[in-house]
Design a protein around this ligand. Sequence first.
Ligand code: FES
Ligand SMILES: [Fe+2]
Length: 346
Amino acid sequence: MGGEAFLRNQWYVAAMSDEIGDRPLARVICNEPVVVYRGKSGAVHTLTNRCPHRKAPLSIGDIHGDDLACGYHGIRFGGNGDCTHVPGDTPVGRHFRARHYPTVERHNMIFIWMGEVERVDESLIPDFHQADHPDWAHVKGYLHIKGNYQLMIDNILDLTHVVFVHKTTLAGGGVTETPLEVSVENDVVRAQRHMYNVDTAPIYKAARNLHDKIDRWQLFEFRAPMYCWVTLGARAAGADEPFGKPTHIVLNAFTPETDTTCHYFWFTVRDWALDDPVIQATYQRMIDLAFREDAAIVEQQQALIDSDTSGAPMVSLAFDRAGVAARRIIRRKLEEEANERRVAAE
Ligand code: FES
Ligand SMILES: [Fe+2]
């Protein structure tokens, strides 16, 4: 790719809300070590995990009020990075502070801004409201993936693979035979597949009791840098139910960790059978399994990409069009950010 690998002036999901308990959480985001912690006020803060004193991990320290004390020599930093306490009141320079990352807790997730603080724009946080809304039930998961985040975007935007990878959960009829319709508008990629009178899928048998032929739909939306909404649904073939209504929506965030690894945060939400423990367990089991299958493929793919000395490019086919469009948007935005940095440096 060359140059900076990740978009900076963006929100990235750093953690699920319920991962941030009494202890600081260390995580690498876009090649930067960060520590996420919840202060006693309840607010979540993110600092560099590299203590500005001797570069020990702040994450091994303790939380004091809304400050974090480094576990090595006890220097404390506030959620905004200011140094608030030095043991022995040893004087420190005015500029001695920890980098802080603007942090917003929303939709049961922790979003952090990896770019310039003066460019923070909360309107760019993706609308994942169904992940924290009384009209919607959800199952959720986190996977650490030994693969570049763009491989995961490719994966989710091309559900042709469900037939081959997710045989016991999401497979079923109509997918490979039906072309993916793709449209790009500004920086948003949308894709869809409408399938009529096709074999049912294991998940629709288990969750919806649909055992015979179905009409089914896959609707995709991608927004940079790495958010994908996937709306999936089915009805008995020809039934008098609205086509396109979600049986469930998968909210996906693929946060880069390093050039060859990423964090996968997902919610699968539905607006029916909200309190049904059997449906809930079915979804958790099937989606967990399916996404582990995706992880296994992508990790093997990354390993083979890493060991490939041939220089041969990957080949893109018609059903890769949405993923290709997403990559094009990311590449253009990376170039825009590089140009902005160049102009600012001049
Ligand atoms: S390394 Fe953190 S206080 Fe010394
Ligand atoms: Fe998949």
